[in-house]
Write a protein that binds this ligand. Sequence first.
Ligand SMILES: [Zn+2]
Length: 383
Amino acid sequence: MSDHALLIAVFWGLFLLDGALAGRRSRWSFTNWLGGRRASPAWRRWHLLSPWPGGWRALADDLPFSLSPTGICNRPAGAAGRPPNDPGSAQAWRWEDIADARENDGLVLINGKIFCAATVHLTAEGLRALAAACAALTPPARAALPRARLRLWLRPTHLRRRAAVLRARTESLVLANALLLAGLLSLSVWFLGQLSAEHIGTDYAARLTRAGPLLLAYLACLHIGGVALAWWARRRLLRLSPGGSPRKNPLPGALLFPPSALRLRALLGAEWFPPSHPAALALAFAPTAARGEILFHTLSDLRWPLTSPADGAQVGEIVAWFRVVLGEELEVLLHREKIDTPALLASPAPDGLASRAFCPRCRAQFVAEGGNCPNGVPLRPLK
Ligand SMILES: [Zn+2]
């Protein structure tokens, strides 16, 4: 392989890897591939970004905890991901007992003890503030605080508006990136010998060689110009979202590392969507079938949760409150979005003549009526 070919292979390899994510636990990625309004959800440990500059994505985690006026526990309720992430051993803290909360290596620690995975829903700072605010009130007066927090994660209309703003403010970046991508692809094909002198004639090849420096200068202008436009667009986006906490500016890195500057829309989009419940992202962006599946998993986890007696009374009490409140908020939301909840939870069609019962949570079908599914959920007769 020539030096040029190696350089080109490394560049495009880095381009494809840029935006790839891999982690220790599964996450949701709502990935838009071509620049439209819809985004395909996927629940797994790794995710890729669209190679097209118009693509964008919104990442989300399942909530790793439940809240209540009494406290917080690391048993989730209303999880949309299947199989769910392992929450570890059960733990619950009363608000007044939380003296310290910090993040370390992707985990939240309460009073020095590993509590749950760190997600954007409740940072250590946010947890300390919520604990202090709740501890200052009597338990009956606290209920509004966790409910208000929950409502912030369930705003599909707001998410749709954010996606529309992102698309509108980054159109020029997509154009600059598309021209740069086309130029780099043409240059790569040319260098790789597809258009070598034997194929296109020596005169034309000589003319292309003379034009080479000019083409490189044009591509450098597109790269620098694209990053400068992104800088401006980012400032305007941050001004539109004064409450948001911006991450470290990714644009100096993109300027020095061209493979990551070819998808500037997705780069700016990474810090643009507010912390959300996956059900809200599904309502905002997912195609109908995927949306139905995510909503079904969320609702079935609320109605038929997997509980363990070893979790203890305090965990049970916090999860029970959170299940009721999340269920109420989702019901209001689904009604507003004109989603037919009974249809989502309807019995499946029998998958064979012998099928008599099904599990309402995992939808597995059974030949015997009555009893429980292996996860302990009581079976229901198939209609
Ligand atoms: Zn089941």
